[in-house]
Design a protein around this ligand. Structure first.
Ligand code: HEC
Ligand code: HEC
Ligand code: HEC
Ligand code: HEC
Length: 369
């Protein structure tokens, strides 16, 4: 006979699991050890969340390559106003125009950047001016930022995915309006924001870290407060906000990069953390050198609530996957977008061995064992 207690127990259990169902990812999930045993460093992925993302995010069919030529006529010799792609043969140049149209403005066609009936050399539309800067940025990414994008590289498609405005961009965020005016000042947080994976952390950790170069630190290097600790409470909160964004954009949990006993330690971090360190500097450089200076070129309706242009963060390329487009390289099929347009940028110093909690990354050895 089933006792009353047992029935009660079952009822409580099933009520609890009903309640939890809303905030619960159904097992089984895949987990992979990524650090030393016993440190809890595991990368946990739910195949029912990551699987569909991988299936959706495929690369478009490759446009046939331009035929190789012995002594090609260069675009710079034929066209009037070619400032970046002048080193391509005329056939390669045409292919590049067809490709970027398919990646950025397939519905609007060539006329998104060129005016019908006008010379294609004219810089009439703001979109063409922006696109030229994007060409330079794209080539710089593939030649100057191999510390992050490796051989895989990026094309316009990595960010644009067939749309003129990439789906994942950020603007400086004044926050939601409150009913209480100044008395309701949220100080940039406590508003469950999507930018930080619905945490109540500061919803714009991007201005301090991906535009300005403030220190991304939580732990102090000093045992006693002597005024030299670079990390105040606000910096700590911004740091966690940025980390939530990074984790969410990559579908990679904190322990996919960190040893959570001590988040700052580089020796026990995974190689992914070093990659992310370069990614932060890369995103910052793109915003400062390429995107922000375009602000006066954009029409007002493209600007954010504070008058700034849409900028790049991790999600712009990654879109929920640990490697954008699941690591498929489009660059190898489109070398037109991978040539240097100027001297490659000086490389940042690569990670090397150092002390605990150094501000700069050091070699990571955390192979699973
Ligand atoms: C997203 C914007 C964009 C789209 C769409 C686009 N172009 Fe262009 N086009 C440019 C830019 C930018 C340049 C200048 C490149 C440079 O400075 O290296 C250019 C230059 C040209 C030139 C050289 C003109 C000259 O004499 O200087 C031709 C020809 C051209 N495009 C043809 C096309 C064709 C054909 C299409 C459609 C298949 C197309 N473009 C679609 C942005 C675009
Ligand atoms: C790293 C990500 C990234 C890459 C790679 C990239 N773009 Fe962009 N693009 C952006 C961002 C961010 C904006 C600004 C969004 C906005 O319009 O507010 C933008 C805007 C544009 C616009 C203006 C769209 C509009 O309607 O306002 C054009 C045109 C454009 N990009 C063309 C290109 C071309 C062509 C390439 C490849 C050579 C390219 N982009 C590569 C991130 C990228
Ligand atoms: C993709 C790798 C990656 C993921 C995922 C990640 N982090 Fe980080 N984290 C970094 C990097 C890189 C830095 C150092 C940033 C810098 O110095 O520019 C850092 C710094 C930190 C710091 C500051 C450490 C110090 O020196 O004071 C804390 C705390 C932190 N992360 C917590 C988290 C938390 C919590 C999560 C999960 C929500 C997380 N991280 C997810 C890469 C990652
Ligand atoms: C311009 C596009 C772009 C942006 C922006 C970008 N990434 Fe990446 N990222 C890539 C590409 C491409 C790769 C794949 C490189 C490879 O094949 O190893 C990559 C790889 C990585 C990896 C290594 C994954 C692995 O398993 O080896 C990490 C970690 C990473 N990115 C973190 C970040 C973080 C954090 C940010 C934001 C601060 C960021 N990325 C911004 C393009 C980008």
């Amino acid at each position: 006979m089933i006792s009353l207690n047992r029935i009660h127990g079952l009822a409580v259990l099933s009520a609890a699991s009903l309640l939890l169902a809303g905030c619960w990812e159904r097992p089984p999930v895949d987990s992979k050890q990524v650090g030393y045993r016993g440190t809890g460093m595991v990368d946990i992925k739910n195949p029912r969340i990551v699987g569909p993302r991988i299936a959706e995010q495929t690369v478009p069919e490759v446009i046939p390559a331009a035929p190789p030529e012995e002594a090609p006529i260069l675009a710079s010799q034929v066209y009037e106003n070619v400032q970046v792609l002048g080193d391509l043969s005329v056939a390669e140049f045409a292919r590049a125009m067809v490709a970027l149209t398919a990646w950025v403005s397939p519905e609007q066609s060539c006329l998104y950047c060129h005016v019908e009936g006008e010379s294609m050399a004219a810089d009439t539309l703001y979109t063409k001016v922006v696109a030229r800067r994007m060409l330079q940025m794209n080539r710089d990414l593939n030649t100057g930022w191999t510390s992050h994008v490796k051989e895989t590289g990026v094309t316009c498609y990595t960010c644009h995915r067939g749309q003129p405005v990439p789906a994942e961009i950020w603007f400086a965020d004044p926050g939601p309006k409150t009913a209480m005016g100044a008395a309701g000042n949220r100080f940039g947080q406590n508003a469950a924001a999507e930018s930080v994976a619905l945490a109540s952390l500061p919803y714009d950790p991007f201005t301090p870290f991906l535009l300005q170069d403030q220190n991304i630190r939580v732990g102090s290097l000093q045992a006693l407060p002597d005024g030299s600790n670079p990390a105040g409470t606000k910096t700590a909160e911004w740091t966690y906000g940025l980390m939530m964004h990074m984790s969410d954009s990559l579908g990679l949990n904190c322990t996919g990069c960190h040893q959570s006993r001590f988040f700052g330690i580089w020796e026990e971090s995974t190689p992914q953390r070093v990659s992310a360190w370069h990614g932060i500097r890369m995103a910052r450089t793109l915003n400062v050198e390429y995107i922000e200076p375009l602000t006066p070129v954009f029409p007002e309706n493209r600007l954010g609530p504070l008058g700034d242009v849409g900028k790049v963060y991790c999600a712009t390329c990654h879109q929920g996957l640990q490697k954008p487009l699941n690591g498929v390289s489009m660059l190898k099929d489109y070398p037109e977008f991978g040539k240097p347009w100027r001297e490659p940028l000086p490389r940042l110093v690569a990670p090397e061995t150092g002390t605990e909690a150094a501000a700069e990354p050091v070699a990571t050895t955390a192979a699973a064992q």
